[in-house]
Design a protein around this ligand. Sequence first.
Ligand code: ATP
Length: 270
Amino acid sequence: ELSKNGWLLDITKLKLGENIGEGEFGAVYEGDYMGQRVAVKTIKCDVTAQAFLQETTVMTKLQHKNLVRLLGVILHKGLHIVTELMSKGNLVNFLRTRGRSVVNSAQLIRFALDVCEGMEYLESKKLIHRDLAARNVLVSDDHVAKVSDFGLTKLDSKVSDNAKLPIKWTAPEALKKEKFSTKSDIWSYGILLWEIFSYGRQPYPKIPLMEVKERVEAGYRMEAPEDCPPTVYALMRICWEQDPRKRPTFHKLREKLERETGKCGPGPVS
Ligand code: ATP
């Protein structure tokens, strides 16, 4: 199916460069494909490669300015997944290394809005991400944030592997009853908002991982990050409504965030 639609790339046209990251299943390299700067994710294991081929099939159908774009795949000693290069790396590292003195709150809102728009697009396609977190958001050369890692993205809401769920980012009903939905993505988005406004801190800093599920189930919620605008914290809190039906849609959230951009005005990041 991939070859028919032109998603199969030519290995001889690919120049591999430096290693720029480690994925769960293999290294990520910078590269050049016919003059375009790209990122190349290599998957050596054949079984995993099959699963990733599924992932890329989903990706071929998705095009949005806030989703990391797939250029194609190369089948050569396993699988190479070629995507646009996001030269500023993942959002957690971006925020941690630069911090408050470099990134202002207008830029934080901009990142939040970027991710929200990407997710609004997935929502419109009825796709669930399942692993939305700042580590899975990448930053481009011109500081646009894009959602990546569609590894778990599926149309249906059944998940087979419960053991690998990112507990601090997963909604209570998804942890408990494996009930994934756009509303559980909204929960994760609230955690991601918290990560953004805390400049890449680990969520639930005061609670041992083993206790998080239970505490959240009992109603515990993180406090606002330092200097976080109350209006933004209010958005986090509606994303963390216990009842999924009470959480907003990405569409609604985007509208609310756009009102925030009006308050700070544009601010470049250096
Ligand atoms: P996990 O599932 O554990 O989050 P993974 O196996 O899916 O990780 P990725 O998150 O895709 O691996 O990649 C690992 C790292 O490589 C990222 O955190 C990022 O720093 C870098 N990376 C991945 N894709 C790109 C890209 N398109 N451009 C630039 N850097 C990238």
